[in-house]
Ligand binder design. Structure first.
Ligand SMILES: [Cu+2]
Length: 66
């Protein structure tokens, strides 16, 4: 499963926002966000461009760091 590092999450509300933003991307399912690690993992049902993920996260005020 792909794992991304998300910068800026501080509480369960942030986790909810990131989970929702990722889940809404076409092709992404099974999103799991770990607040302590600052990580999100997910399944890709179809290939998703890295930029699409970065944009979705940036739109809600967080940053994907790699
Ligand atoms: Cu928060």
């Amino acid at each position: 499963m792909p794992t991304i590092k998300v910068k800026g999450m501080s509480c369960q509300h942030c986790v909810g926002s990131v989970t929702k933003a990722l889940s809404e991307i076409e092709g992404i399912t099974d999103v799991q966000v770990n607040l302590e690690k600052g990580e999100a993992t997910f399944s890709e049902q179809s290939p998703v461009a890295e930029q699409t993920i970065k944009d979705a996260i940036a739109r809600i005020g967080f940053e994907v760091v790699s």
